[in-house]
Design a protein around this ligand. Structure first.
Ligand SMILES: [Zn+2]
Length: 303
């Protein structure tokens, strides 16, 4: 199932068991737990649970002190009509916030916060998919609110990904990508568990210039950051089209997508908080944060 050719395998220095993370590990775990709790009813786009998820995310952004993007509201509503043979009507909404950098060029950090809701009376909590990416994005917002980035950072919490990448499609249509100077999208979708302790970063097949900064990432002990899942000749093993990064890629904006391989609870009601591997998740979030820091500082040299 894995591509065996072209993967680069990185294991570096140990952070040790008493690891100090660059973010609050306690907040991260609390956030993923709340976002995947039953009261949010699987966070389906357009649902009450989705709205509750939105309120939690916006409250936290306000508390951290992030500005809304592009103007005065964090919400970027759009209507959802029909998808995959189902009729869904109502409003979905992305949540967008920004931290100014030293320069105008912008990196969009993204994760979808919606999931598939309730089916046959079962709540699909979507802890890994994608409360994990959502809570990580909140941790990064907090980190960069205290550590000024080089690039302007837009934090995009996309809605309706599960209905066909609709939130990110709306986002790229709604803004002038050129005048906003968006130079990179870093997307996260399912980053909190892996029996093999493997996190993938996908996108280097198309954007090989981004390899150098990523090769400098120091990963924790027993944790692998692998490059791959982006070769179009590998069919379903190519993840390029499988999450919101696609809408950046088709607009010629370079992307990197961080994610794990599918697991037995993928898109099942059993994708719950208790199944998260907390140690793996903390390592994963730290690795992605270090990747973002290196990319933010070295993107010029990479281009
Ligand atoms: Zn997902």
């Amino acid at each position: 199932m894995l591509r065996s050719v072209g993967l680069i395998f990185l294991v570096f220095l140990s952070l040790g068991s008493s690891a100090q993370y660059s973010f609050s590990d306690k907040s991260l775990i609390t956030d993923i737990q709340i976002l995947s709790s039953d009261q949010l009813e699987g966070r389906k786009a357009g649902s009450e649970g989705g709205k509750k998820a939105r309120e939690i995310i916006v409250d936290k952004l306000k508390k951290i002190g992030l500005k809304p993007y592009p103007e005065t509201s964090y919400d970027q509503p759009f209507s959802i009509t029909q998808s995959f043979g189902q009729i869904n009507s109502g409003q979905a909404s992305n949540i967008l916030a920004v931290i100014d950098g030293r320069r105008k060029e912008t990196i969009v950090l993204s994760a979808h916060y919606d999931h598939v809701g309730v089916m046959n009376k079962s709540i699909y909590n979507g802890a890994d998919d994608n409360a994990s990416g959502t809570a990580a994005l909140l941790a990064f917002a907090e980190y960069f609110s205290k550590n000024k980035p080089e690039h302007r950072l837009v934090f995009a919490f996309f809605d309706a990904e599960e209905m066909g990448l609709k939130g990110s499609a709306h986002f790229v249509k709604s803004i002038d990508l050129k005048s906003e100077k968006i130079v990179l999208n870093i997307n996260m979708d399912m980053i909190s568990r892996s029996e093999k302790n493997e996190l993938y970063v996908c996108g280097l097949y198309f954007y090989p210039n981004l390899r150098k900064p990523l090769e400098q990432v120091v990963t924790p002990n027993n944790f692998k950051l692998l490059f791959g899942h982006d070769d179009p000749s590998t069919g379903p093993d190519d993840w390029t089209r499988q999450s919101d990064q696609l809408n950046f890629h088709i607009n010629n904006i370079p992307f990197l997508y961080f994610g794990v391989e599918d697991h037995e609870d993928y898109h099942k009601p059993t994708d719950v908080f208790e199944k998260i591997d907390q140690q793996f998740y903390l390592n994963s979030v730290e690795t992605i944060l270090q990747s973002i820091i290196l990319l933010d500082q070295n993107l010029d040299k990479a281009n």
